[in-house]
Design a binder for this molecule. Structure first.
Ligand code: FES
Length: 131
């Protein structure tokens, strides 16, 4: 079934195409997410960039922090480049496309509580070019 809540799969594919993603053995995060890890019944998806630049800025710890604070009906995945390198770690919440930049692991609980559980994006952490 394809409803409004599964539209983020199309967005994931669009991001992958936009970034000319090509599956690599060393970076299969989005590949896995598209084929295995996405809960297609979830209403939202949190994508945490795990590409080179964001990883240098600590994205692996940010992804781990989201994974350690699971929220019902929301899936969390590592992704390939989200096209905003240098502003990372980058995080985008789909399907509404709320972008967060320079996310630190210690800030993840705030995003989880205010945005993912409370429905209110954390304005101070938003990527300024998408608001
Ligand atoms: S490396 Fe993360 S947005 Fe490009």
């Amino acid at each position: 079934m394809r409803g409004a809540h599964s539209d983020y799969r199309y967005q994931l594919q669009a991001y992958a195409a936009y970034n000319r993603f090509k599956p690599m053995s060393s970076n299969t995060a989005i590949n896995l997410s598209l084929s295995q890890s996405i809960d297609t019944t979830a209403s939202k998806c949190v994508m945490v960039c795990q590409n080179r630049t964001c990883r240098k800025q600590g994205a692996a710890k940010v992804l781990a922090a989201f994974q350690q604070a699971p929220v019902a009906d929301i899936t969390v995945i590592g992704s390939s480049c989200l096209g905003k390198c240098g502003n990372g770690p980058m995080v985008v919440v789909l399907p509404e496309q709320t972008w967060y930049c320079r996310v630190q692991p210690a800030e993840v609980p705030t995003v989880v509580e205010r945005h993912l559980r409370g429905g209110h994006p954390v304005k101070a952490m938003l990527y300024p070019h998408t608001t």
